[in-house]
Every structure is written in structure tokens, then in C-alpha cells.
Design a protein. Sequence first.
Length: 187
Amino acid sequence: MYCMPLVLSLRCGLNTRFSSMFNYDISVLEAKDAILAAVSHPTYKLKWVPVDNCSEVSQAFDEAVAMMDTASTAVAESTSSQLIAGLGGDDDYGYGENNCSSSAVASSTSQVKAEAMNFLSDADKSLSRLHFFPAVQRLCVKFNTALPLSAPVERLFSIVGLIETSKRNRLSDSNFEKLLMLKVNKV
């Protein structure tokens, strides 16, 4: 009864700031990263997603897993082709072998999508289960790894102290965020 104004204010602030995440808006990069972080974790997967948003989130997860697999395959292929070229390969012009047929790419894509679907349907919640799904594991590591250093955060708090002064104590959230971004991105 006494805290209802506080609860309503907090709810309003959360809905204003994180509306794209609460609405499962995949088109917003920040929301997409958060959604992919949760879906790629074996404990959560799609359990928290409402039924009407499940297909959209699942499709975004499949695309992200395919992108991660494509990126890692491209890096591996370029490294191996550089090694072959360095060993005196037969290629006179540096084009490499033509081993990229459309059926091989389609097969690889279907394998990755099958891996993503198998991961989502797997009942095991342990993190060690990710070893059986390498493309999903790379995605999970990308989105669920914390920064190992606290220096950037400490620097950010220092800058916040310069912006939020006693004379500027009534800045709106959006103006404060704009000033912070200007200060941080100053060249």
C-alpha cells in the first residue's frame, strides 16, 4: 500500500528503458544480443520466451549460430590456405582450390541448423553439454563472457562523476546518456 508509487515508478522506468527487450524486438541490436545470450545458455534456452514469439527468437538463434559457424569456418579456411600457399602449393595466382560447391555450403548450413535445433530440444541443462554443440558453444561464449578487467567500468564511473555534479543534478536520463556518450567518444 505504501510502496505502490515506488513500484509503479520502477515499473514505468524499466518499461521505458528496456521496452525493446521486454517486447522481444530482434531488430534492436542490444535486445538481440541479450536474447541470444539467454537462448544460447543451456539452462534457459527458449523456456522464458512466450509462445507467440518463440518462432521468431528460434529463427534469430538459428541465423546467429549459422553466422558463428560461417565465421569460424572462414577463418579456418583462410588459415589453411595460407599454410598451403606458404608450403609452395600448385596455385600460381593465389586463388586456392575451388572446393566451395553450392551443395557443400547447403550441407554445412543444414548441419548447423540441425545442431541448433538439437541444442534447443536437448533436455540437459549443464554447461558441459555445450561441448556436443560447437557452433552453439562459440555463440554462448561470445554473448555470455564478462569483461576480465574492471578498468573500463572504473573509467566510466569516473566520467559519470564529472558529468553528474551538484549543478547538474536534474538531468533527464536521455540527456545524461547523451552527455556520457559524447564524453566517452570524444577524440
